[in-house]
Design a protein around this ligand. Structure first.
Ligand code: AMP
Ligand code: AMP
Length: 338
């Protein structure tokens, strides 16, 4: 099989286990690059991880470039690539990369991302610009894939001004805080079949915001608790089919728009529409994640939605490897790599 000569490599964190298991199931060789503290985890999965390349810190990853090129590696990016390596290092690496690196700017820069969402005709929370009066509850968010780290909320202008004084992030956006439930829809767009597939759906378990209801408001009084949004885990979901219909239409438009904004390839592979659904059933998109999200880790053995399409367990990680395998077979590998 042609894929035997390729090795799938990723950084040891985020969704690495899923990606490497999927790659092995599809017949690839697998390598994980990990820091010393994480070696024992990956060693315990030697059934599908062929090799562990140890580095002392994530910054050393680019030094492996020559070695990875020699091994005929394909990098599968996930949430840690930009978070740990930085945008420039990530772009500079010459090792073949599954995905379109041009999309990285559109994902990281929240203003560009907003243009993308607006052009796709999807509902987005109101954005406040510099100098705008804060006339409702807002959430302030830093740039990049931070997993909810470094966010704060404010109810009005005064609270916003006070909190901003102690905020260390330089680049952030101020967004209307939408009251509703968070729902994260995971998709896969195949440039080979030109189809958007529903992969799975999750909600996040965020500390401390998801625990605030555990203590009645009267007991919280005086404790001075601020809601924070740091993600700890993910919880699988199945949504009302009528809402799934709308999510799929939005996903298709997001892909179409990406092809005009970021031509010719646009966004392909795994992506996620992160939404808040209100009590009037309006779906607001708070963010597009243009890569595999960690919520797909709930579905390493497949999801109810992938079961409809595949007769075998199909995780998002495995779907990526399947795409690469199909591209190799059809002699179209260039179309899925950057
Ligand atoms: P880690 O795997 O904990 O080293 O995280 C790598 C990067 O991915 C960090 O920026 C995290 O904040 C982010 N991340 C990890 N797990 C999740 C998750 N379940 N949901 C969202 N972001 C995550
Ligand atoms: P994000 O990093 O954009 O995925 O946001 C992390 C978490 O912050 C979400 O899972 C929500 O709990 C919360 N959040 C972000 N934006 C909003 C918003 N506009 N309205 C309400 N909650 C939000």
């Amino acid at each position: 099989m042609g894929n035997k000569i390729y090795t799938i490599v990723t950084l040891g964190s985020h969704s690495a286990l899923q990606i490497l298991k999927g790659a092995k199931d599809e017949g690839f060789k697998t390598v994980v690059v990990a820091t010393p503290d994480r070696i024992s985890l990956y060693r315990s999965y030697s059934n599908f991880i062929d090799k562990i390349l140890e580095i002392n810190s994530w910054e050393e990853f680019p030094k492996l470039e020559k070695d990875l090129l020699k091994k005929n590696c394909i990098i599968i990016p996930h949430g840690s690539f930009v978070a740990y390596l930085g945008m420039d290092e990530n772009k500079k690496m010459k090792v073949p990369y599954f995905g379109n690196k041009l999309v990285l700017d559109w994902e990281e820069n929240r203003k560009m991302q907003r243009e993308w969402m607006e052009k796709s005709g999807i509902k987005v929370p109101h954005r406040f610009r510099k100098g705008d009066k804060i006339d409702r509850q807002v959430i302030v968010k830093s740039y990049g894939a931070a997993g909810g780290k470094g966010y704060f909320t404010a109810r009005n202008q005064k609270e916003f001004d006070d909190k901003l004084k102690n905020y260390s992030e330089e680049r952030f956006i101020v967004q209307e805080y939408v009251i509703g439930v968070p729902v994260y829809f995971h998709f896969f767009y195949s440039p080979l079949t030109k189809k958007v597939e529903v992969m799975s759906i999750d909600k996040r378990y965020e500390t401390n915001v998801d625990s605030l209801g555990r203590i009645p408001a009267q007991n919280q009084k005086g404790l001075n608790i601020e809601p924070t949004f740091e993600v700890v885990a993910n919880i699988p979901m199945a949504v009302r089919e009528s809402m799934l219909t709308e999510a799929v239409l939005m996903a298709e438009r997001v892909i179409e728009t990406s092809q005009t904004l970021i031509p010719p390839k646009g966004l392909f592979g795994p992506f996620c529409l992160e939404t808040i659904i209100t009590s009037s059933e309006e779906i607001y998109i708070i963010e597009i994640s243009a890569r595999i999200v960690a919520g797909t880790n709930c579905f390493i053995n497949g999801s109810p939605y992938t079961y409809l399409n595949y007769d075998e367990p199909m995780s998002t990680g495995r779907r990526i490897a399947r795409e690469i395998k199909n591209a190799i077979k059809q002699n179209r590998l260039k179309e899925v790599l950057d």
